[in-house]
Design a protein around this ligand. Structure first.
Ligand code: IYR
Length: 224
């Protein structure tokens, strides 16, 4: 038999909607999400901790492999710590842009105008550093296997981004590589791997975004 007890099952609390209301809500949600933009230009305006708590709580509603919830969100507002994260990230990024990145990768990034300069890491009032728990760590130090952790954390981050947008703030998915410096700077346990940095805040008054277009439904969906 299984080593663990089964969860008790309880009734699903679900009220079906009339179809027209489903569609109206779905379209309104899509229109709202379609307004989301990633920007690299943040205002230094403070953001209350409750806003970040709300976004993290929303992320924590994500489904996960075997319901293991393999994520930790480290929310950093301490200016000195943000500065250290920025310095370490910029060190990695300089190596990336000045050598490590293959030509093809640099060509793909050129239209977005990214470079090793990362002022958003100190401008944004919060840096939410997401860690993926590669395995479980029991209180006695034992390890347990976690399943589909990359997928699970990716889904959670998607919900986080949607929550930030819903609250009228902006965020940016930042992936310095390698990210091992985050595990050290933030003193995370051995089972945690840095996954993304999400600066969160208000956009700068003069924030700019590339004039990109999203693929259409026809381009991304196949019905058969
Ligand atoms: N991590 C680098 C490079 C970078 C890579 C991709 I793919 C992007 O969409 C954007 C940037 C950086 O943060 O600049």
């Amino acid at each position: 038999m299984f080593g663990l007890m089964a969860h008790p099952f309880v009734p699903l609390n679900h009220a079906p909607l009339p179809l027209d209301e489903s569609l109206a809500r779905g379209r309104a949600f899509h229109a709202q999400m379609h307004r989301r933009r990633t920007t690299r230009h943040f205002a230094t305006t403070p953001v209350p901790r409750e806003v970040i708590e709300c976004a993290i709580a929303t992320a924590g509603t994500a489904p996960s492999g075997a319901h293991q919830q393999p994520w930790t969100f480290v929310a950093v507002s301490d200016p000195a710590l943000k500065q250290r994260i920025r310095e370490a990230a910029e060190r990695e990024e300089r190596e990336f842009y000045e050598g490590r990145a293959p030509e093809e990768w640099l060509r793909a990034l050129a239209p977005l105008g990214t470079d090793a300069h990362k002022p958003h890491l100190t401008d944004a009032p919060w840096l939410v550093v997401v860690f993926r728990q590669a395995y479980g760590l029991e209180p006695d130090g034992g390890k347990s296997t976690y399943y589909y952790t990359t997928e699970s954390v990716g889904i959670a981050v998607g919900l986080f981004i949607a929550a930030v947008h819903q609250m009228g703030l902006v965020t940016l998915t930042h992936t310095p590589s390698p990210m091992t410096f985050l595990q050290e700077l933030l003193e995370r346990p051995a089972n945690e791997r840095a996954y993304l940095i999400l600066p969160v805040g208000y956009p700068a008054a003069d924030a700019r975004v590339p004039d990109i277009r999203r693929k259409t439904l026809e381009e991304i969906a196949v019905f058969r």
